[in-house]
Design a protein around this ligand. Structure first.
Ligand code: NAD
Length: 257
């Protein structure tokens, strides 16, 4: 028996085998969960469908989180097929490449709105969609992915830092709102990991080097490190934990000088 045997999980945010969401999906499956996947558009489907099928997923559907219609169809499909939901993994973010370099004061109105919409508001919209299905399951666990740039200034992270601050705060407000339905909402603050999204951040290599040099564990974290904590948050082992941001960053955030 795995930690998550009998549980149903929907994963948002797999782009390829480097995605943090993919490592989480594999871990949840290993612990016995049944999985559903979403992907962003046709281009991503080519990558995501074979990965999802390799874990035995039957529900593999498109979802651009800027579209209320696509979000609704995901939850309609989960309702029709499963009738309930235990776990939702929100592992997605976006900002225009030009906003992830240079001066923060140059952030455009459109770029700011887009980054906040995709990277933070989407958690609110997906949580609302999941609520009735999680209520049907007697409760649930929602997990999102954040970064230290929400709390401290990290060069070039710019508007994504602001979006992550909104995401972490939304995690707390959602936890309070949905807690009455025994739905828990937590964020994992992961250290830097070389993924598609991370490669869009100017000077990302320097961030990796800095962590390796000064984090207490003197190394960077891997997708699998993050997946272990996600499995804990998805499982009943964390049943008393909600509204938290948990660091999986080799301890980097505790360092002053
Ligand atoms: P990734 O590129 O593999 O995943 C990002 C995902 O966001 C992709 O699957 C992409 O399709 C999805 N996405 C973008 N716009 C979308 C939209 N409009 N609708 C639906 N999906 C959309 O990169 P990743 O590093 O695995 O990122 C996953 C999460 O982890 C993100 O929230 C990221 O900010 C966070 N995170 C990453 C790091 C890191 O260093 N890699 C560190 C801390 C937090």
């Amino acid at each position: 028996m795995g930690l998550l045997t009998g549980k149903k999980a929907v994963i948002f945010g797999v782009a390829n085998e480097r995605s943090i969401a993919w490592a989480i999906a594999k871990k949840l499956k290993e612990e016995g969960a049944e999985l559903a996947f979403t992907y962003l558009g046709e281009l991503m489907e080519k990558r995501v469908r074979p990965l999802a099928e390799s874990l035995g997923a039957e529900i593999i559907i498109p979802c651009d989180v800027t579209s209320d219609t696509e979000i609704e169809s995901v939850f309609n499909m989960l309702d029709a097929t499963w009738g309930s939901l235990d776990i939702l993994v929100h592992s997605l973010a976006f900002a225009n490449k030009e906003e992830l370099k240079g001066g923060f004061a140059d952030t455009s109105r459109e770029g700011f709105a887009l980054a906040l919409d995709i990277s933070a508001y989407s958690l609110v919209a997906l949580s609302r969609g999941a609520r009735p299905l999680m209520q049907a399951a007697g409760g649930g666990s929602i997990i999102t992915m954040t970064y230290y740039g929400a709390e401290k200034v990290i060069a070039n992270y710019n508007v994504m830092g602001v979006a992550k601050a909104a995401l972490e705060c939304s995690t707390m407000y959602l936890a309070d709102d949905l807690g009455r339905s025994n739905i828990r909402v937590n964020a994992i603050s992961a250290g830097p990991i070389k993924t598609l999204a991370a490669m869009g951040i100017s000077g990302f290599r320097t961030i990796l080097d800095k962590v390796e040099e000064s984090a207490p564990l003197r190394r960077n974290v891997t997708q699998d490190d993050v997946a272990g904590t996600a499995a804990f948050l998805a499982s009943d082992l964390s049943r008393g934990v909600t509204g938290e941001t948990i660091y999986v960053d080799a301890g980097f955030n505790i360092k002053g000088m």
